[in-house]
Design a protein around this ligand. Structure first.
Ligand SMILES: Cc1cc2nc3c(=O)[nH]c(=O)nc-3n(C[C@H](O)[C@H](O)[C@H](O)COP(=O)(O)O)c2cc1C
Length: 356
């Protein structure tokens, strides 16, 4: 049996690296894979929307299967549950069920920009009502045992960057242990750039840690974000998928123990082959349907090709299942030599997390 280090989350003065929640992308198999590649302190699961009755324990365990194994991936990375909604009472009830299901920490989503979510009083809509943010955080904080953290994930505002100051204060007043800020407003969607500078002022004013998030694609981006914000805590989203080795590179940059050797950027078919076949194994272990797996893999490759430089990507578009895609990649490998170095799996940075 594996001996995991005690669970560590965000602590003042101790650097940390968080894998972002990404609905429809960072699923249980992807969380397991990125946990094997290493670098992260913990990850946040995709949001669970709380609209009507609070979901029961089983719903949570289906949504976040890691809850059945102590709230961690197989290699020991802690997984935080995320709730989304606008009703403090229902969210508190849901948080209680999440804890009964095995959750070790709860995050509250105040950033989702999806129209259907916002129309139903969830996600970024709440950024227009700072007092409601405080009420929701306070209700969930009261429902979750004091030794388990509750955090809030915000954007800079609905359509006004300055809203972050009051929203961050209200989240802290509600009892959040830390806040994560995606450095854009809802209106800015996912369009670059991210506006990191306001985070410096928020961080300086608050007594709780601030996790910086948005547009960190490389170690150089991480350094710039750290310089501009003064933050020691960072959340990586699309960048961690576009370059699956970014977690380890960023962990090295932050001096996190267990970050391991630097890894090459996975760019060529030969480099993607072991990643995709391992992802396929993890998806099958999670009993995901083959069509779903193929769809996820293509979505992932599109993220890697966000700069349009992967000319070989087009060859894979017509593949009808993962087996065909892997054979196709294998066939392309000789034409695109890999970069020096080799990807390795099986690392758990949980074992090397910073001490309390
Ligand atoms: C496909 C996708 C799904 C996302 N799902 C969630 C989610 O479930 N919960 C959440 O708080 N944020 C979600 N986000 C936002 C990310 O967690 C993150 O804040 C955002 O992508 C900015 O970080 P990045 O520039 O490093 O990607 C999602 C983003 C993407 C691209």
């Amino acid at each position: 049996m594996t001996n995991f280090a005690p669970t560590r989350w965000i602590q003042p003065g101790v650097p940390a690296l968080v894998l972002a929640p990404m609905e429809g992308v960072a699923d249980v198999a992807m969380r397991a894979l990125l946990s094997e590649l290493g670098g992260f302190t913990f990850c946040v699961a995709e949001f669970l929307r709380i609209s009507q009755a609070a979901p029961g324990v089983r719903v949570f365990q289906r949504h976040v299967p890691e809850l059945l194994q102590g709230g961690r991936t197989a290699t020991g990375l802690p997984v935080q549950v995320q709730l989304l909604g606008g009703d403090p009472g229902k969210l508190a009830q849901a948080a209680r069920a999440a804890i009964r299901a095995g959750a070790l920490a709860v995050d509250l989503n105040f950033g989702c920009p999806a129209r259907t979510v916002n129309r139903h009083d969830g996600g970024a809509t709440l950024l227009q009502y700072p007092d409601r943010i405080r009420a929701i955080v306070a209700a969930v904080r009261a429902a979750v045992p004091a030794h388990l953290p509750v955090s809030a994930k915000l954007r800079l505002g609905w359509d006004n960057i300055d809203a972050i100051h009051v929203n961050a204060e209200r989240a802290a007043e509600g009892g959040a242990d830390w806040i994560t800020i995606h450095a854009r407003t809802k209106s800015q969607g996912y369009r670059p750039p991210a506006y990191w500078k306001p985070l410096a002022e928020v961080r300086a004013r608050l007594r709780i840690p601030v996790v910086a998030n948005g547009e960190i694609w490389t170690s150089a981006d991480l350094r710039r974000c750290r310089d501009e914000t003064g933050c020691q805590h960072f959340m990586l989203g699309r960048g961690a998928l576009a370059d699956p080795t970014l977690g380890r590179k960023a962990a090295r940059e932050l001096g996190l123990p267990g970050a391991g050797l630097p890894q090459p950027f996975a760019r060529t078919p030969a480099e993607w082959l072991p990643l995709l076949s391992r992802y396929g194994e993890l998806c099958r272990a999670a009993e995901m349907p083959p069509a779903y797996i193929l769809c996820r893999v293509k979505q992932w490759l599109r993220m890697n090709n966000h700069d349009g430089k992967q000319v070989w990507f087009d060859n894979l578009k017509g593949c009808r299942d993962l087996g065909e895609l892997l054979r196709c990649l294998d066939g392309l490998a000789a034409d695109f030599p890999p970069s020096p170095g080799e990807l390795c799996f099986g690392h758990s940075d949980a074992a090397g997390e910073p001490a309390a």
